[in-house]
Design a protein around this ligand. Structure first.
Ligand SMILES: [Zn+2]
Length: 217
């Protein structure tokens, strides 16, 4: 009983932090977050990760903020989805992120059938997945008619604060950094999608309609 009490207290205090950052501001600033991000690792959802997911669900329900997730190797996103929806978050308010880390079409479809979005959001991060695999998996989902539940990105930023990213002298890492930029999707991925049969309407869904709907509803 004591353990359960401690766990509930932990969930509530993390939820309180999320809600503070969403409604008042991050730290002592008045800059408010617009989305909640939660994460799990490659070996299953740990007890601590579950605690944070449940806290995110409370914060999302209370504020209406949507949730995006981190998965490792595109695994356990289906479990994240169940934990969040069991805790009352509507499936369409959830992006299961980094889903391009796997080419498992059945896994992708399972999550989509339950109503969430898939984030194909690491284009250019070649150390964890080849972009060709990401493009192929995305084309398979477009062919399956799932164009309204997919969002795309790079997991990249313009400015790295603090420690520089390690070892850009390594030719492999340097090659990755030359393309891992926030314009990579426009410059190199759209042409590949079109060559694979994606239509302009589908590309517009990915880039405009889906993110707009996700943040608005
Ligand atoms: Zn992440």
């Amino acid at each position: 009983m004591a353990r359960r009490g401690r766990r509930l207290w932990r969930v509530a205090s993390i939820a309180e932090l999320f809600i503070h950052e969403l409604t008042r501001g991050i730290g002592d600033t008045d800059i408010r977050a617009g989305i909640i991000k939660v994460a799990t690792g490659a070996h299953g959802v740990s007890a601590y990760e579950r605690t944070v997911l449940e806290a995110a669900a409370i914060a999302s329900r209370e504020t209406g903020a949507p949730i995006t997730t981190h998965t490792d190797d595109g695994r356990f996103g289906d479990e994240q989805q169940l934990i969040l929806t069991d805790a009352g978050v509507p499936a369409h308010r959830i992006i299961i992120g980094h889903s391009c880390g796997t080419s498992d079409h059945a896994y992708h479809m399972r999550i989509l059938e339950r109503g969430s979005y898939l984030g194909f959001d690491r284009f250019g991060v070649l150390v964890v997945q080849d972009d060709e695999v990401r493009v192929k998996s995305l084309l398979a989902l477009l062919a399956a008619g799932k164009e309204s539940q997919l969002v795309v990105s790079h997991d990249s930023v313009w400015c790295w604060r603090g420690e520089p990213i390690p070892d850009t002298h390594d030719p492999g890492v340097a090659a990755m950094f030359s393309i891992w930029t926030p314009t990579h999707f426009f410059e190199r991925i759209i042409p590949k999608l079109k060559a694979g049969g994606a239509t302009d309407v589908q590309i517009t869904r990915l880039l405009e309609e889906n993110p707009r709907r996700f943040f608005a509803e």
